[in-house]
Design a binder for this molecule. Structure first.
Ligand code: XMP
Length: 513
């Protein structure tokens, strides 16, 4: 998409880099992350309004540590270096950074010494979040101190002229109490950004761009029932109307009643037709006997494409296929970094076969999940459609641990349905980022009436999260757990035990496979 202004974030490997992007976008300014290894041309091409240099795990003085591309400094635009990024600015201008024995991890009190633009409106003594082993030992001549932390560490400084600045602490982290104000000062007081990244501006420019790219061509778009594909379909419909053909592929690994939801509630909310295609036999027969999670994903990914191709055989010529890829998918699948470890190859980026008979369009590629919901609201989609929990493309396929059979799909559908309905009845569905049941390939002994049973184990998982990248297990009220457990054991044939998953991500992941 074309952006009037972009704040570029150069990533030096900090765990907080995505957070910087989110914090900037929350202030209605578009920001994009590029790896530190990016070619200079790519930076210049984007003609950024400002640049933020992220933190990182290395020491700037270590051999082989990533360096600062001098082109950034030569552009003469505002630059904010955070932690490692601050160290880079120091070394670039001839200062000295050292491990000075004052490692700081966690909260620190900041004393603002010099009322510069960066600290405008920030209290003189404010709490910040530190995470560093190095500190500035000698400030370059043309720099001045703005703030120090409680133990005297130089915590913020600026170069003469006030457009190149650095902080040793992390303003993007929630524990930096006035971090939002500090970032806002950088964006608006120092860099003169305008608030032009809004759901409305995204819709207008994406619709324009889609019209330009697609012309009178037709687009095939698969909706899954989830938020992303619903918002994407609506966006494309805004751009090209009936040139959009929306299909729903049933892979036989959906939640109970999902086909009805899509054909009734979703269709009504979107306001255009959705064709139903049932390919469950094809998917299930290809998955027969397969137990490896990545193999399941790749079979399902491939089968999806074959289903789209088969659906496209009727109803005219389709050159384009729409995909609901989001920004974190691009990052997690190594699309931005090229080197990031692939933990799970999410089918909507990493698991597609190479010989696709379509050109892909990915209109949500730049958005974080919460931004998709905002865009959906802008497009007039109702809260129940936008508030749905995420559901993975491979569906119950990665929640039936081990072999997938029709009987096991049915057991999981029933148990999962009981769980999700209870969350809705108890009014806690919206507090949870994602909840689901998992069928574990373990049989345990039980007793029902006077009879010994030897039956399946169901695990319940519910997590809170902001974007699915990290997650905490949801503190589920005892009465809900007890009600759900009883109901599942009493009414789902073949299940005699229920457990609740109390793991966070990391070190676990949200899905079990
Ligand atoms: P994990 O399990 O990696 O999940 O912590 C993070 C989020 O991604 C979803 N997920 C997937 N989505 N295809 C998808 O479209 C997949 O293969 C896949 N695997 C996980 C998961 O449901 C959670 O929201």
């Amino acid at each position: 998409m074309r952006h009037k202004q972009t704040v570029l974030i150069i990533d030096y490997g900090s765990q907080y880099t995505q957070l910087i992007a989110r914090r900037i976008r929350e202030q209605s300014v578009y920001s994009e992350i590029l790896p530190h290894s990016v070619k200079t041309d790519e930076i210049i091409q984007r003609s950024p309004t400002a640049v933020v240099l992220s933190g990182g795990p290395d020491s700037v003085y270590a051999e082989g540590a990533p360096v600062l591309d001098s082109a950034i400094m030569e552009m003469g635009i505002p630059v904010l270096g955070i932690c490692y990024g601050f160290g880079l600015l120091m070394t670039y201008d001839g200062g000295v950074v050292k491990a000075n024995g004052q490692r700081e991890y966690g909260f620190a009190e900041l004393s603002v010494e010099n009322g510069s633009k960066l600290f405008s409106g920030v209290t003189d003594k404010t709490q910040v979040w530190m995470s560093h082993g190095d500190a500035v030992d000698e400030l370059p001549e043309n720099w001045s101190v703005l703030a120090r932390s409680g133990n005297g560490v130089l915590a913020a400084a600026e170069r003469d002229g006030g457009v190149v600045l650095g902080t040793q602490f992390h303003p993007e982290v929630i524990h930096t109490t006035e971090g939002k104000q500090i970032l806002s000062n950088f964006l608006f007081n120092v860099a003169g950004c305008k608030k032009d990244w809004t759901p409305a501006s995204f819709v207008t420019s994406t619709v324009e761009e889609l019209r330009d790219t697609l012309g009178d061509k037709r687009v095939l778009c698969a909706v899954s029932g989830g938020v992303d594909s619903a918002v994407m379909a609506k966006l494309i419909y805004e751009a090209i109307g009936d040139q959009l053909r929306c299909i729903f592929v049933d892979h036989g690994l959906l939640r109970k009643n999902e086909p009805d939801y899509i054909q009734e509630r979703l269709k009504e909310s979107l306001g255009f037709p959705i064709e139903y295609h049932n390919f469950s036999d094809d998917f299930l027969s290809k998955l027969n006997g397969v137990t490896d999670p990545e193999e399941k994903r790749s079979i399902i990914g491939e089968q999806f494409i074959r289903s789209f191709e088969s659906a496209a055989l009727t109803g005219g010529d389709f050159k384009f296929l729409a995909q609901g890829t989001l920004y974190p998918d691009v990052i997690e699948s190594g699309g931005v970094w090229g080197t990031a470890d692939v933990i799970k190859s999410h089918h909507n980026v990493g698991g597609l076969p190479e010989d696709i008979g379509f050109k892909l369009i990915e209109p949500l590629r730049e958005l974080f999940k919460d931004e998709v919901r905002e865009v959906g609201k802008e497009l007039g989609l109702p809260p129940d459609v936008l508030g749905r929990h995420p559901f993975p493309g491979p569906g119950l396929g990665v929640r039936i641990i081990g072999e997938i059979t029709e009987e096991r799909v049915e057991i999981l559908q029933e148990a999962d349905h009981i769980f999700i309905e209870a969350l809705k009845v108890h009014g806690i569905y919206d507090e949870i980022w994602q909840a689901f049941a998992v069928l574990v390939p373990v049989k345990t002994v039980g007793v029902m009436g006077d009879e010994r049973t030897y039956a399946n184990l169901i695990a319940l998982r519910a997590v809170t999260s902001v974007d699915g990248m990290t997650a905490d297990w949801y503190r589920m009220p005892e009465n809900v757990l007890s009600e759900v457990s009883n109901k599942i054991v009493n009414s789902v044939a073949g299940v005699n035990r229920v457990v609740y998953d109390v793991s966070s991500k990391p070190p676990s992941t949200i899905e079990w496979e």
